[in-house]
Ligand binder design. Structure first.
Ligand code: ADP
Ligand code: MG
Length: 614
C-alpha cells in the first residue's frame, strides 16, 4: 500500500486552528452543531440532485447517524449525503474559500475568550472539530461522481494526509478521537443534550446510538397551509412546556427587507407577576433551522418578552460577532419587522374577535402599557390596542380609544380619563360630576401606571388626552337659584384662603361641581394626584422637583354648605373656621392627598358635638 499523501493547510487555516485549539472555550460543544449542520447540508444537496434528476437515486432518504464510543473515546458523525471526492476533500477541508475570513480571524484573535458561536457563522465550522478532537478522520465517498472513497486525516497541526479508503460508504463519516479533556463528548447523554439543544430541527432523520433524536419538525419553515393544527399544538408544547393552548399564534414569512420565517405564540397566561421576577424573553433565533442563539438580545423589544417562539432568518450576518450583532443594522431590521407584524396581528385579532382579545388584554395589558412608556416608535400602535372601562360602557366591558373617539359628541374636544380604584368610586368622584352633567364620556382607569400611559400618549387621533381633574369644563346650564353671587363667592374664596393658609395655593369658584361642595385640584399644570403619590412611592421627592405644590381649592357656589358657610363666617367665625378646614380635608381626602386623617377625625367629633348640642 502506498504512503498517505501529505498536504499542508492554507496559512489562514493554520492560524485559525492555532486559535481554536489553544483557547479555552466555555461552550465548545457547538462543534457538534457545526458537524451536524454540515451533514444536514450534505443530505440536502443529494436530495436536491436526486429530485432534479442529476443523480439517479432509488436510495432511502438521506440521514445522519451519530455514535459515541466511550471506551474508545471517539465520537462519529456520519451522513448519507452527497459525500466528497478526493479533490473536494482537499479544497473544502484544506482551504477557506469564504470572504470575510480575515475579518473573522482578526475578531477571534482580538478576543480574550473567543466566542465559539462565531465559528459557524464564518463558514469555517468544520475546524471547530479540533476544539474537542486530537485527531479527525474524514471518510468520504462522493455520490455525485463515481469514484473511490477517501480518508482525510489531520491532527490539527500544519496539515493533513489523504489516502484511499475503499471501505468508505457513500456519504461522509467523520470520526473524532477526543482530547483527554473532551472525553465527555463520547457519552451518549451528553451528546443527546447537545443535539437536542442545537440540532433538534434538522430536516433529516438524526439517530444517536440507534435512537431517533429529532422528532419535532421545524414547522416554522413550512408553508402555513401545510402545517396541521396538531403540529402547531405539539410544537408549542415542546417549545413552551405548556399544555394549555396558547391565546394567539402567528406564523408568517417575509422576504423584504429581510428574510424571516417566524412562528410566535402568546401563552394563555403571563408568567410574570407585577413586582415579582421578570420574565425572560424566550424567542429563539435560527438560521436555516440551526439554532444560532436561544436568547438573542434585541430580537424583540423588552415589552414583548411574553412571546414564545422561533425566528429563522437566512440573512443573519456572517461576519459580525454576537455582541455586535445585537446592535447591528440587521438585528434592528429583524426586530422592527417582527414587532410591526406582531402588532398588526394583535390589532387584526382584536377586530376579529373582541372577546378573545379581551382575554389577551386582561393577561398582558401591562406589557402593552410598558411598551407605550418605553417604545417610542410603537407608542401610537400600542395606544390603539389598549382597552378601558368607561362611563359609556357596561360594568366590566371595555372600550378602545378609537371607539371612544367615534362616540364623542359635538362640543367635546378632548379624551378624558379618571383614575379611581373602581367604577363606583369613579362615578362618585367630584371630578366626574361635570362629565355626567354634560354627557361626556370618561375612561375609568384603575391602575396608577395608566396615568403615566395617558400622559405619554398625550393624544389619540388628534384628540388630546386629559385627566378629568384637569379638564377645563364648565357646567353649561348650572342652576343659579340660591347660589352665591359672584361677588360673594369671591369674598368667601378670599376668606377661605386666609383661613386655610399655606396648605392651599388658591381658592376660587368652580364651574363644574354639581353635588360636591368643594374639590381640590392640582395647581401644577403637569401634575396629577396619582403621579405625585407614585413618585413618592418610588422614593422620589416631588417637592424637590417643585412638584408638591399645594393644591387649589374650588368651591361650588350653588352648594348649600358653601352658601351657608358664607353666612356662618360672619356670625360664628370659630365654627366657620372648623367647617372650612373640614371641607378642605375632605377635598384632600377625595384627591388622595390626605395622608393622616387623625386631625380630620378629631375635628369631625368637635363638629358632631355641636350638631347634637353637646
Ligand atoms: P460551511 O459549512 O460554512 O461551508 P465548513 O467549514 O463547515 O463551512 O465546511 C466546509 C465545506 O466542507 C463545506 O462547505 C462542504 O463543502 C464540505 N463539507 C463539510 N462537511 C461535509 C459533509 N459531511 N459532507 C459533504 N461535504 C462536507
Ligand atoms: Mg458548516
Amino acid at each position: 500500500m502506498s504512503q498517505p499523501e501529505q498536504h499542508s493547510f492554507q496559512a489562514e487555516i493554520q492560524q485559525l486552528l492555532s486559535i481554536v485549539i489553544h483557547s479555552l472555550y466555555t461552550d465548545r460543544e457547538v462543534f457538534v452543531r457545526e458537524l451536524v449542520s454540515n451533514a444536514a447540508d450534505a443530505c440536502e444537496k443529494i436530495r436536491f440532485l436526486r429530485t432534479s434528476g442529476e443523480v439517479a437515486g432509488e436510495e432511502a432518504s438521506p440521514s445522519i447517524t451519530v455514535t459515541t464510543d466511550e471506551s474508545a473515546g471517539t465520537l462519529t458523525i456520519a451522513d448519507t449525503g452527497i459525500g466528497m471526492t478526493r479533490d473536494e476533500l482537499v479544497k473544502n477541508l484544506g482551504t477557506i474559500a469564504h470572504s470575510g475570513t480575515k475579518a473573522f480571524l482578526k475578531a477571534l484573535a482580538e478576543q480574550q475568550k473567543p466566542d465559539t458561536r462565531l465559528i459557524g457563522q464564518f463558514g469555517v465550522g468544520f475546524y471547530s472539530a479540533f476544539m474537542a478532537a486530537q485527531r479527525v478522520d474524514v471518510y468520504s465517498r462522493s455520490q455525485r461522481e463515481a469514484g473511490e472513497g477517501w480518508r482525510w486525516t489531520s491532527e490539527g497541526g500544519g496539515g493533513f494526509t489523504l489516502e484511499p479508503a475503499p471501505e468508505a460508504t457513500p456519504g461522509t463519516r467523520i470520526v473524532l478521537t477526543l482530547k483527554e479533556d473532551a472525553k465527555d463528548f463520547a457519552k451518549g447523554p451528553t451528546l443527546e443534550r447537545i443535539i437536542r439543544r442545537y440540532s433538534n430541527f434538522v430536516a433529516f432523520p438524526l439517530e444517536l446510538n440507534g435512537t431517533r433524536v429529532n422528532t419535532v419538525q421545524a414547522i416554522w419553515a413550512r408553508s402555513k397551509n401545510e402545517v396541521k393544527e396538531e403540529e402547531y399544538t405539539e410544537f408549542y408544547e415542546y417549545l413552551a412546556h405548556d399544555s394549555e393552548a396558547p391565546l394567539y399564534r402567528l406564523h408568517f414569512t417575509a422576504d423584504a427587507p429581510i428574510a424571516i420565517q417566524a412562528l410566535l405564540y402568546v401563552p394563555s397566561r403571563s408568567l410574570e407577576m407585577p413586582g415579582m421576577v421578570r420574565q425572560e424573553s424566550d424567542v429563539h433565533l435560527y438560521c436555516r433551522k440551526v439554532l444560532i442563539d436561544s436568547k438573542p438580545r434585541g430580537l424583540l423589544p423588552e415589552w414583548l418578552r411574553f412571546v414564545r417562539g422561533v425566528v429563522d432568518s437566512e440573512d443573519l450576518p456572517l461576519n459580525v460577532s454576537r455582541e455586535r450583532m445585537q446592535d447591528s443594522d440587521l438585528m434592528r431590521k429583524l426586530s422592527k419587522a417582527l414587532t410591526n407584524r406582531f402588532l398588526k396581528h394583535l390589532s387584526e385579532e382584536a377586530e376579529k374577535n373582541a372577546e378573545a382579545y379581551g382575554k389577551f388584554h386582561a393577561e398582558y395589558h401591562r406589557f402593552l402599557k410598558e411598551g407605550v412608556l418605553s417604545d417610542w416608535e410603537n407608542q401610537a400602535a400600542l395606544g390603539k390596542l389598549l382597552r378601558y372601562e368607561s362611563s359609556a360602557t357596561e360594568a366590566g366591558k371595555k372600550t378602545s380609544l378609537a371607539d371612544y373617539v367615534k362616540r364623542m359628541p359635538e362640543g367635546q374636544k378632548e379624551i378624558y380619563y379618571l383614575l379611581a380604584k373602581d367604577r363606583a368610586s369613579a362615578e362618585a368622584s367630584p371630578y366626574f360630576e361635570v362629565f355626567r352633567e354634560r354627557k361626556f364620556e370618561v375612561l375609568f382607569v384603575d391602575d396608577p401606571i395608566d396615568e403615566f400611559v395617558m400622559d405619554r400618549l398625550r393624544e389619540f387621533e388628534g384628540k388630546e388626552i386629559t385627566a378629568a381633574e384637569k379638564a377645563e369644563l364648565d357646567l353649561e346650564n348650572a342652576n343659579k337659584d340660591g347660589a352665591l353671587s359672584d361677588d360673594d363667592a369671591n369674598v368667601l374664596s378670599g376668606w377661605l384662603k386666609a383661613t386655610l393658609g399655606e396648605g392651599v395655593n388658591a381658592v376660587r369658584s368652580s364651574k363644574r361641581l354639581v353635588d360636591s361642595p368643594v374639590v381640590a385640584v392640582e395647581s401644577d399644570k403637569f401634575m396629577t394626584g396619582t403621579m405625585r403619590r407614585t413618585l413618592k412611592m418610588m422614593g422620589k421627592d416631588p417637592s424637590a422637583a417643585g412638584m408638591d405644590s399645594a393644591p387649589d381649592l374650588e368651591i361650588n357656589p350653588r352648594h348649600p354648605v358653601v352658601v351657608k358657610l358664607n353666612q356662618l363666617r360672619q356670625t360664628d367665625a370659630m365654627l366657620a373656621g372648623l367647617v372650612a378646614e373640614q371641607l378642605f380635608d375632605q377635598a384632600r381626602l377625595a384627591s388622595g392627598r390626605l395622608e393622616d386623617p387623625r386631625a380630620m377625625l378629631q375635628r369631625m367629633n368637635t363638629l358632631l358635638s355641636k350638631v347634637v348640642g353637646a
